[in-house]
Design a binder for this molecule. Structure first.
Ligand SMILES: Cc1ncc(COP(=O)(O)O)c(C=O)c1O
Length: 403
């Protein structure tokens, strides 16, 4: 009897199909090795993490401290208190001319959850989701977790990795349910031109396809022409804007993000959230109000600093023969092409080069394979100038040894 029970139990599968459809982040191995080396006291030049090196501005921290001291520490409405939703839609309207109401906004535990929930409520098995390549790591897995099929659109490096409306249109089929667009882009720093952005918003609306517009880096745009899809208010019905306070206000650890979209979709996302995380931490909501309604000077200051750091890295790269790099127009990443080193010094791929840069030059970079391309590595330049100078020199010296 007990032998039968054991046999039956052994035959039962442990994991759901949906968890088997996704992979752990491709950056995990590098991160684990970097942590091991750091723990041994190795001095790393770390360009791995995609997060600001700045501290969260003081007035934002103060708002959270006050919230705690005033015992603003209980559950709130799942989608966020009315004040935070109003602060989000007012900020967006002031900066981009959008016209969302607080009911068309849900506050989420980070921008990643806004994306995750939006995909879960929209995408079913068999649905196609158009995804430009290179893509931010999580997009592909989140689509697959929902049962959707990513349809890749390859950005051209020769065009600065810029995505155009024509490229998106060419990938539309009767099965297309959604398009994910991230501009400025992680990892390439490419910015969709204002004309193409408008054309993509209008195309999605005309074809009744949902455009999930990831505006995580919308305030880190160096072109001087910062536009949001939300500006095209007559196309709201098929647009979901995904926002985050993480990079704009140096708040990655606070987990503060949001979605703006049609009321019915925002309600469905809130319903899902009500059965998972519930509200984002109450004091984070208060801190976010301070971020969104306070002076925006800190945002401009950080942006100016990122631009300076970008130019510092690109200047350093000019002295590395064999390495080429498009000029990023936003975010805080560079995405150089390293394929001329393949086959030299035993280097077989970008992933292999990233592993060797870590073990032999003590430089942390993320291989392009994580973002869907094979010839590149990603460096985050949200680091100190000293780290840039030290790291770029180490890369130059290491690459010079490859024959
Ligand atoms: C393109 C993009 N979207 C969304 C996110 C999510 O940011 P968060 O969940 O910290 O708000 C990130 C973070 O790296 C990102 O790079």
């Amino acid at each position: 009897m007990s032998a039968t029970v054991t046999a039956t139990a052994a035959a039962k599968k442990v994991f759901s199909d949906r968890i088997n459809r996704i992979e752990v982040s491709a950056t995990m191995a590098i991160t684990a090795e970097a942590l091991r080396l750091k723990a041994q006291g190795v001095d790393l030049a770390d360009f791995g993490a995609g997060e600001p090196h700045f501290a969260t501005p003081q007035h934002i921290k103060q708002a959270a401290i006050e919230a705690i001291e005033k015992n603003f520490t209980r559950y709130t409405a799942v989608a966020g208190i009315p004040e935070v939703r109003k602060a989000i839609v007012d900020r967006h309207a002031a900066d981009f001319g959008s016209d969302y109401t607080p009911e068309e906004c849900v506050f989420t535990t980070g921008g990643k959850l806004a994306l995750f929930n939006a995909i879960q409520v929209l995408v079913d098995h068999g649905d196609e989701v158009i995804l430009p390549v290179p893509y931010w790591v999580s997009f592909k897995d989140i689509i697959q977790y929902a049962g959707g099929t990513p349809v890749f659109v390859e950005a051209k490096e020769s065009e600065g990795f810029r995505i155009t409306a024509a490229m998106i249109e060419g990938a539309i089929t009767p099965k297309t349910k959604a398009i994910i667009l991230n501009t400025p882009s992680n990892p390439s720093g490419a910015v969709v031109s204002p004309a193409d952005l408008e054309a993509i918003v209008r195309l999605a609306h005309a074809k009744q396809i949902y455009l999930l517009l990831d505006e995580c880096y919308v305030y880190l745009n160096f072109t001087g022409a910062s536009v949001s899809g939300g500006s095209f208010t007559d196309c709201k019905e098929h647009l979901i804007v995904l926002g985050s306070l993480s990079k704009t206000y140096a708040m990655t650890g606070w987990r503060a993000g949001y979605a703006l979209g049609p009321k019915s979709i925002i309600s469905a996302m809130s319903k899902l959230q009500s059965q998972s995380t519930s509200n984002t931490a109450s004091m984070v909501q208060r801190a976010s109000i301070a971020a969104l309604t306070g002076s925006q000077e800190c945002v401009a200051e950080m942006r100016a600093d990122y631009l300076r750091l970008r130019d510092r890295v690109l200047d350093g790269f000019k002295n590395i023969p064999g390495l080429t790099c498009t000029v990023p127009q936003g975010a805080f990443y560079v995405y150089p092409n390293v394929s001329s080193f393949f086959g030299k010094g035993g280097v077989t791929s970008a992933a292999d080069l990233a592993a060797k840069l870590l073990s032999e030059a003590h430089v942390v970079v993320v291989p392009g394979e994580a973002f869907g391309t094979t010839d590149h590595i990603r460096l985050s330049y949200a680091v100190s100038q000293d780290t840039i100078d030290k790291g770029v020199q180490r890369i130059r010296e290491y690459l010079a040894t490859l024959k």
